[in-house]
Design a protein around this ligand. Structure first.
Ligand code: S3P
Length: 166
């Protein structure tokens, strides 16, 4: 079987759903942000502040390329991974891509008090989320094989909905 690749905005639940799906399906779990943090031995937020976003994007692209040979895994990704054309092609090749679609209001609710997302620091988080989502929405949608609206679903319901297809 091929990989299942989860994409979506920060706070859409990619990591939580990925872990739960991995446990239920017995497929190993991988997370591109975790791969970067372990390879660099450094937190994502520190990479952003010390080396900048462009450097992080290069590391993210390298992490995605390193997954080209994996199969039968559940792979969760960083919310900005769809920003480059090359990444979008790699994602599609990596396996079945599932977009966990979430509303800006849910993102704000879930990430209240979160300090691990450098792109959402500062005032007026809602406008920032809306701005980023308007840049990315079409990219998530065109990369995905399947879209799941997750606002009103539990983790278990999302996992079951994904597994139904396999
Ligand atoms: C980012 C999302 C983060 C992480 C980095 C940048 C983004 O991952 O990759 O902070 O550009 O949306 P999560 O989606 O897991 O929060």
């Amino acid at each position: 079987m091929m990989n299942i690749v989860l994409i979506g905005f920060m706070g859409s639940g990619k990591t939580t759903v990925g872990r739960a799906l991995s446990a239920k399906s017995d497929m190993e779990f991988l997370d591109t942000d975790a791969l970067i943090e372990s390879k660099e031995d450094c937190k994502i937020s520190t990479i952003f502040t010390e080396k900048g976003e462009a450097h992080f994007r290069a590391l993210e692209n390298a992490a995605l390329k390193s997954l080209a040979v994996t199969k039968d895994k559940v792979i969760s990704t960083g919310g900005g991974i769809v920003s480059s054309h090359n990444n979008r092609e790699l994602l599609k090749k990596a396996g079945k891509v599932i977009y966990l679609r979430v509303s800006p209001e849910t993102v704000i609710k879930r990430l209240e008090g979160d300090i691990s997302r450098p792109l959402l620091m500062g005032e007026d988080k809602l406008s920032r989320v809306e701005e980023l989502l308007s840049l990315r929405r079409a990219l998530y949608e065109s990369t995905a094989d399947r879209i799941i609206d997750v606002d009103d679903l539990s983790v278990e319901e999302i996992v079951d909905s994904i597994m139904k297809d396999f």
